[in-house]
Design a protein around this ligand. Structure first.
Ligand SMILES: [Zn+2]
Length: 328
């Protein structure tokens, strides 16, 4: 079978049975393992397919119909991109300098308060009237910045002291997202890399850029804080809320990549299974960088060759069965 990358995982009971049989035998006698696997094997053309370990390739033959029934899928290996992705957590915070406190200038009775918590106010909008005990006149206080009233700290009819806090206003149209980075990651996560920030509450994501990595280390968590800014047009990014974020440090092009599901280990070597018709050959490969889904192949595989990308374990088990008569 031929398919293009990437592939969605398939669930095939027949293949699972082989897999379970092989797994169950993993800790036991290798001869028993091979025989167990043989009983449910998708098909095998005897030991003459199997080559010795003096350098010749190990391979097996699986008829197309049985390969299909076992869920064995192959795909052409070719160029791709390996991402260096870091999934981190963080907190939303108001941006420094975008918070304002509204205070009484002169002491005296509070005549009126004209905003409540949650109200959006504009810079210059009147917020309070206070009778000054000093001048015996009424003076007004207006909002110093545009934003949202975060708290109201006084009551009408109360007496304000000089400098008493009346309101706190925050401009929450943008927020900082402080992401916590640990250990060696702090060495190569730098400003300028793309970040996708996701709200925990509803899964809504926003793409932004890492602006800076703060110089200190958070003492309690021993983490370094990397900071980005998110737009808060919908008002649902809330200061104090936790977020998830994915930082992509680098996307490295590679001439040949295969999905991680193509990889198996045989005799302590990394192998993939190259398909030609109904023949599956174990091919030792040298591996390069990998991400959560795929790995670069630096040697052992040519672009354009077809590699088993699903149920590679089934192919491995079949080759193992072929080699049951050999001493390994
Ligand atoms: Zn990294």
């Amino acid at each position: 079978m031929k398919a293009s990358l990437p592939l969605s995982p398939l669930f095939r009971p027949a293949a699972l049975a082989v897999l379970l049989a092989a797994l169950a035998a993993c800790g036991g006698n290798p001869d028993t393992a091979a025989k167990d696997a043989a009983q449910d094997s998708p098909g095998h053309a005897d030991g003459d397919d199997h080559a010795d370990e003096d350098g010749a390739p190990e391979q097996t033959t699986i008829p197309a119909a049985r390969a299909k029934a076992a869920g064995i899928v192959s795909a052409v290996a070719g160029p791709g991109t390996i991402a260096d992705e870091h999934d981190v957590q963080g907190l939303l915070a108001p941006i420094d300098g975008r918070m304002a406190q509204v205070t009484a200038r002169f002491p005296g009775p509070i005549r009126a308060l004209r905003a409540n918590v949650g109200d959006r106010v504009r810079a210059g909008q009147p917020l309070a009237s206070i009778d000054s005990n000093l001048s015996l006149t009424t003076y007004g206080i207006s909002a110093p910045i545009s934003g949202v009233v975060l708290s109201r700290q006084a009551q009408v009819g109360g007496v304000a002291g000089e400098g008493q806090l009346l309101f706190e206003i925050g401009d929450l149209s943008q927020l900082w997202v402080d992401l916590h980075i640990f250990g060696a990651d702090t060495q190569h996560i730098t400003a300028g890399v793309p970040v996708t920030v996701t709200r925990m509450t509803d899964g809504v994501s926003q793409a932004t850029t890492l602006e800076r990595v703060l110089p200190g280390t958070a003492t309690a968590s021993q983490s370094t804080v990397a900071r980005a800014t998110v737009d808060n047009a919908d008002g649902l990014w809330r200061p104090g809320a936790a977020v998830r974020a994915r930082i992509v440090v680098a996307s490295t092009p590679a001439d040949i990549v295969v999905p991680l599901t193509a990889l198996q280990s045989m005799d302590g070597r990394d192998v993939v299974f190259v398909r030609e018709g109904e023949t599956y050959q174990a091919r030792p490969v040298a591996l390069g960088a990998r991400d959560a889904r795929q790995v670069a192949v630096s040697a052992g595989l040519q672009a354009g060759e077809e590699v088993v990308v699903e149920q590679s374990y089934t192919v491995k088990a079949d080759i193992g069965k072929a080699g049951a008569g050999h001493e390994h």
